[in-house]
Design a protein around this ligand. Structure first.
Ligand SMILES: Cc1cc2nc3c(=O)[nH]c(=O)nc-3n(C[C@H](O)[C@H](O)[C@H](O)COP(=O)(O)OP(=O)(O)OC[C@H]3O[C@@H](n4cnc5c(N)ncnc54)[C@H](O)[C@@H]3O)c2cc1C
Length: 494
């Protein structure tokens, strides 16, 4: 994986740039010692690392604006960072870039149960948003498996999803408004405590923009009443393909469980060893959860079990208690960590139409044999968001390269069957050079023109999302600044 050559000219100005940061931030919020910047040299795509020029940790939107203004004036690239759990290398720095971390911005600013929203600073972790309202029987729905650690900032940038997004939608469906600071240091408000806004859907552009258009410091999020009850059922099959066919049938039947999760044998074994959830030892396991009143739960479960039985399951078992349900989810949500204790792996994230699950799973098995690396599968099957984990040996020369090549083939397969390169982890650096498998040069040009409008000098997270060759002239400043510059006051008024 290539990154642009860092600017030696910027690196030579490091001391002067740090001095400027110290005029707007407390001394301890400017981190530049190599021993300390190591903490920021990678995210959860730990195969790629590079210490940044410096890391800064502002405590307010005003401080973020002051830092960005300096970076803009100095021409220094900025990599926004939440908790650094990105699996696509979205928060990976270059040696001439400043990491701008929002972890100190973690307050709840407002809670409004009548209108069902909460306003938070974006360094707040996903799970602690629910933590702030659960005593009043509310919750925040998007639930990435990393929710204990990941920040709302990263969730917005990656448009994150989770197990329960089949019913509740992903971040973009639960985001009402943001406060964002542009690269030029302007503070703007988009959306608000209400559904939609007149004019263009700016919020829709910002959500999922991977830190390329601005730094989001505050967010207004929809919160929901907790359901009366919820119950998962475990359905085991003797092949991945059959489990895939069952998922397609459940969705086709129009039943809407709150979650349908898929795990194959390597993941089942790793998760069972970790959580002791009582998973059956089968080739493929579905966790299907429904929620509502007891009567609603029973009605939905009976439909789902009837569909499941048509595919000759090895085992069908409803959770018998709250405790068992918690363990079932603990196992699933620990899948990546549990697998990581056994093997090095790269976690892919492609989306496919649900009806293509059986074919895609079979083809992944064939590709795995061809490349000689095992692939474990654990994913949000209900919305076709696949997470093949390619197992490799980081200490074996050449293994990472084979792993990358196999990963590319699998993601191209997702596109071929009518899906897309990323479901929820974003493009980052991981899928950057595969964008041409999904988009034409014209498509990419139009997308890059959107970034031109917000960040004409291409200083925000510049080496991500777009293939390096496509973005090179922009990153080196060869493209004329767009004449229609972004007008913050107009947008705020819209
Ligand atoms: C074990 C594990 C399980 C995971 N499970 C899931 C899952 O189920 N679903 C899912 O969607 N993801 C999952 N992820 C991926 C990851 O947790 C998400 O992408 C998450 O949203 C990243 O949040 P973060 O705060 O850690 O962001 P970071 O890693 O810090 O950054 C991610 C991206 O956001 C940008 N960014 C950060 N802060 C800002 C800001 N203030 N303004 C603008 N841009 C910003 C960064 O530049 C980067 O491009 C998982 C990761 C791990 C390690």
């Amino acid at each position: 994986m290539e990154m642009p050559v860092p600017s030696s000219e910027i690196i030579a100005r490091k001391a002067a740039i740090l001095d400027r940061f110290r005029t707007v931030l407390p001394v301890e919020a400017v981190i530049s010692e190599p021993a300390e910047t190591r903490a920021y040299e990678c995210d959860a795509l730990a195969a790629y690392r590079c210490p940044p020029l410096a890391a800064v940790l502002p405590s307010s939107t005003a401080e973020v604006a002051a830092v960005l203004k300096i970076c803009h004036e100095e021409g220094v690239p900025v990599v926004p960072r939440g908790s650094g759990t990105s699996l696509s290398g979205g928060a990976l720095p270059t040696a001439d870039a400043v990491i701008l971390g929002v972890s100190k911005l973690a307050d709840v600013l407002e809670t409004d149960y009548d209108n069902r929203y909460i306003r938070v600073q974006t360094g707040r972790t996903n799970l602690s948003v629910t933590g702030a309202v659960e005593q009043d029987d509310f919750f925040y729905a998007p639930d990435p498996s990393s929710q204990l650690a990941c920040a709302i900032a990263g969730n917005i940038a990656m448009n994150s999803g989770g197990a329960h997004c089949l019913k509740y939608g992903v971040t973009t469906n639960n985001l009402l408004g943001v406060t964002m600071v542009t690269m030029q240091g302007e503070i703007i408000e988009l959306g608000g405590a209400h559904l939609d806004a007149p004019g263009y859907d700016w919020l829709g552009i910002i959500c999922g923009s991977e830190g390329q258009l601005g730094v989001v410091t505050e967010a207004t999020l929809r919160i929901l009443r907790k359901p009366e009850g919820a119950r998962p059922v475990l359905i085991g099959y003797d092949s991945n393909e059959t489990a895939g066919a069952c998922v397609a049938d459940i969705i086709r039947a129009g039943v809407l469980p709150v979650a349908i999760e898929f795990m194959d044998r390597p993941c089942i074994e790793a998760c069972e060893a970790f959580a002791h959830a009582g998973y059956p030892q089968v080739e493929a396991l579905l966790i299907v959860e429904v929620e509502g009143s007891e009567a609603e739960i029973q009605e939905q479960l009976s439909k789902i079990v009837a569909i499941a039985r048509k595919h000759n399951p090895v085992e069908v078992r409803e959770s018998a208690s709250e405790e068992e349900s918690m363990l079932i989810w603990k196992g699933r949500k620990s899948a990546f960590g549990a697998m990581g204790q056994i093997n090095d792996y790269i976690c892919l994230d492609g989306t496919i139409p649900v009806s293509e699950l059986p074919y895609t799973l079979r083809r992944i098995g064939e590709l795995s044999e061809e490349y000689g690396l095992k692939v474990a599968n654990v994913f949000h099957a209900g919305d076709g968001n696949m997470h093949p984990l390619i197992l490799f040996d980081a200490n074996k020369p050449g293994d990472l390269e084979i792993c990358e090549a196999l990963g590319a083939e699998i993601l191209k397969l997702c596109v071929e069957v009518g899906g897309c390169l990323s479901g929820e982890h974003g493009v980052g650096v991981e899928k950057r050079d595969l964008m041409t498998a999904q988009y034409t040069d014209d498509d990419l040009e139009i997308q890059m023109q959107v970034k031109d409008v917000f960040d004409p000098a291409w200083l925000l997270n510049p080496a991500k999302v777009f293939p390096l060759a496509s973005s090179e002239s922009r990153r080196s400043g060869d493209v004329e600044e767009v004449s229609t510059v972004y007008n913050a006051s107009e947008t705020a008024a819209a």
